[in-house]
Write a protein that binds this ligand. Structure first.
Ligand SMILES: [Fe+2]
Length: 241
């Protein structure tokens, strides 16, 4: 399986603080059936000042350590980009690392604030689309506005945004509200991928399989594999084996 959203690099955001913890997460990912992790550190103005250059070098260094440790995990890198007006300059300056491509467009993992969907977010998405960038909305099932009303998500679906659900949320690890919304979105056929959004071993571990199994009960076995294997492979340009 290919995990398109996780925070397992040491000391770069609110993921693991040190290399030993990162290696534990990587070992856990491999043990749970993940063979590629796309690390997606937060790019969040004023909190996590990451950009493509430092993320890439940290990911390369981590890959070398994994190889030396004999941990069979391939690391690719992107970022989880917080919705902010600064995205315009980040894109213009080439600071955003993308997840890959979808139908010829670059895919950006875009995060809304957890509390709400900001006014004007659709305008920013329209601007991104004009730049040939297709947003993938991170964990909409955990956004409070979208949990209250699925209508809040409709403008973004109509614009063609991709959706990433948290695998653990589908399995119920983020509460009944998030699980119910995740089930709704899967039932509508709007979900592009499941990803772990791993931060640590305790509350947000690097696991996809519990979510895939829960999703299979809703969308069927074949589509459940599309969510964790085939579509992530298509986006990253890797083989889905
Ligand atoms: Fe995340």
């Amino acid at each position: 399986m290919i995990d398109l959203h996780c925070h397992i690099l040491p000391g770069i955001d609110d993921g693991p603080e040190d290399l030993a913890s990162s290696l534990q997460l990587a070992r856990h990912a491999v043990a749970s059936g993940i063979r590629v992790s796309v690390v997606t550190p937060h790019m969040h103005s004023g909190r996590y000042e990451n950009q493509a250059s430092n993320i890439r070098s940290a990911a390369q260094q981590f890959q070398r350590t994994l190889d030396a440790e004999g941990i069979a995990l391939q690391i690719l890198c992107a970022a989880e980009v917080r919705l902010d007006h600064e995205i315009l300059s980040w894109v213009a300056d080439g600071h955003v690392p993308f997840l890959g491509e979808w139908q010829g467009e670059r895919v950006m993992l875009l995060e809304f604030p957890h509390s709400h969907v900001p006014v004007g977010a659709d305008k920013l998405v329209e601007w991104l689309l004009k730049q040939g960038i297709r947003p993938m909305i991170a964990h909409p099932e955990r956004n409070k506005d979208i949990m209250r009303s699925i209508d809040k998500l409709l403008p973004f679906i109509r614009l063609g945004c991709l959706l990433q659900l948290t695998a653990g949320a589908v399995a119920g690890a983020f509460g009944e509200g998030a699980r119910a919304r995740a089930v709704d979105l899967l039932g509508k056929g709007w979900v592009t991928v499941l990803a772990s959004d791993a931060h640590n071993l305790e509350a947000r571990p690097p696991e996809l399989e519990p979510g895939r199994i829960a999703a299979a009960a809703i969308v069927g076995e074949d589509e459940s594999w599309n969510l964790v294997r085939h579509r992530p492979a298509r986006i990253t340009g890797l083989k889905a084996d």
